[in-house]
Design a binder for this molecule. Structure first.
Ligand code: ADP
Ligand code: MG
Length: 406
């Protein structure tokens, strides 16, 4: 049985007209001789009746919510189930036999981290059984069940992960992620109009972009597809382009330096909503940084952009973790400065390893644009700069232009 997995995001299934476009993409795969597993997200965005954020709104804002994450997951999981059943109806109206399964019924087993669960196993039996009977099985994305049978959700971008996990478990020929843009681009097209669609990209490159904020695909989904060595495509539901093909050009198991088409810079990414914290260590005590990072880790607060000098410990946290982090540090009897509303912009590229002058270009681009770099850091595939949130989009455009990615 030749299987492809297709995933359609919220905007792709938002209206009747759009769902007809989805049906066309499914029909195309059927005509090519495939059995199709279709993973769907909830319909539309906040304001639309069954969108995830609308469902969340039924039980109030995050700060004033009285229900547990366990109950919340039960509520949120409804969005994808509704979407899946509506899609079955749409396909049947077009003359295609199809059926819908919840994530749990499709064998997606997760850990017990409600609202941000991790897939630990996929039991593909039920999907395969259904595929013997009908050519199209629709699976509600973004959800699974614990081994004890409780419904969980996978966090933002979770439907991508559902699709990747099913693709690997079903030994699919391909995983196609359909969305509202033509593929993976050199920057978010909402920020950089002239961003270019990348035709071919390696798992490593797209994984880096996704980790640094390119929300076109969830990084975990890329990791799963890479581990299973299943080719991944990212395409537009509403056009006929070839999209972006993600494969491991260098072959399985080889290191990142073996990638053949390693561009100097793959793309520019941005991540808003971070806060910079500067903790004073006037006594120059070695114990202070240890205490800070241990306490933050115990509170499950992740930190970034870490700079430790004799007298200062500087790092960033997500804005949502700010209040918690500040009170933890104050409880350690330490003084600190707080700079909220910052953003992380990054130049990402597997080919920058050992190439001199990349940082010089970044500093040049941002300085020419009148943007202050608050902090910077690098790895062998990325260089990050911390800027204020109001400078974020300008910084992305300046870097995109400097590296001539358009
Ligand atoms: P879906 O609902 O289909 O999952 P998302 O909104 O999660 O769609 O992801 C698609 C969006 O990702 C695009 O509309 C685009 O604005 C954004 N995006 C951010 N960075 C990139 C990038 N480098 N390439 C393409 N799209 C990007
Ligand atoms: Mg998405």
């Amino acid at each position: 049985m030749n299987i492809v997995v297709q995933k359609f995001g919220g905007t792709s299934v938002a209206s009747r007209d759009k769902r007809k476009q989805v049906a066309k993409k499914v029909a195309l795969a059927i005509k090519e001789g495939y059995r199709v597993v279709v993973v769907v997200s909830a319909m539309g965005r906040l304001g639309e009746a069954y969108a995830t954020d609308t469902l969340l709104g039924l039980v109030g804002q995050q700060s004033s919510r009285h229900i547990s994450n366990k109950d919340l997951d039960l509520l949120m999981a409804c969005g994808e189930i509704i979407s899946g059943v509506v899609m079955v109806s749409e396909l049947k109206a077009e003359g295609y036999e199809a059926t819908c399964l919840t994530g749990g019924q499709a064998g997606i087993v997760t850990d017990e981290s409600f609202s941000d669960a991790r897939i630990i196993m996929v039991k593909p039996g039920e999907v395969l059984k259904e595929l013997e009977k009908v050519p199209i099985v629709i699976v509600a994305g973004f959800q699974g069940v614990t081994q004890g049978g409780r419904v969980t959700t996978l966090g933002r971008g979770g439907s991508d992960t559902t699709a990747a996990a099913l693709g690997v478990a079903l030994k699919a020929e391909r995983i196609d992620i359909y969305t509202d843009v033509d593929g993976v681009k050199t920057a978010d097209p909402r920020v950089v109009e002239e961003a270019k669609t990348l035709r071919n990209i390696t798992y490593n490159e797209v994984c880096q972009l996704a980790h640094e904020g390119a929300k076109v695909i969830h990084p975990r989904a890329v990791e799963i597809a890479m581990q299973g060595n299943v080719p991944l495509r990212i395409l537009n539901t509403f056009t006929d382009g070839d999209g972006t093909l993600v494969t491991n050009c260098a072959g399985q198991g080889e290191s990142i330096t073996d990638i053949k088409n390693d561009r100097l810079i793959t793309g520019i990414t941005h991540k808003p909503h971070v806060t910079q914290l500067t903790v004073h260590n006037d006594q120059k005590s070695d114990a202070v940084p240890v205490k800070i990072f241990q306490s933050l880790a115990a509170a499950k607060i992740s930190v970034d952009f870490i700079t430790i000098t004799d007298e200062k410990i500087i790092f960033t946290v997500k804005d949502i973790d700010k209040d918690n982090a500040v009170s933890i540090i104050k409880n350690l009897d330490l003084e600190l400065d707080i700079k909220p509303d910052c953003a992380k912009v990054a130049a990402v590229g597997a080919g920058m390893t050992g190439v001199p002058g990349v940082m010089a270009k970044i500093v040049e681009a941002l300085t020419e644009a009148g943007i202050k770099i608050l902090q910077s850091a690098d790895s062998y595939t990325s260089i990050w700069c911390l800027v204020t949130q109001k400078d974020m989009e300008k910084a992305v455009r300046a870097l995109h232009r400097k590296f001539q990615l358009g």
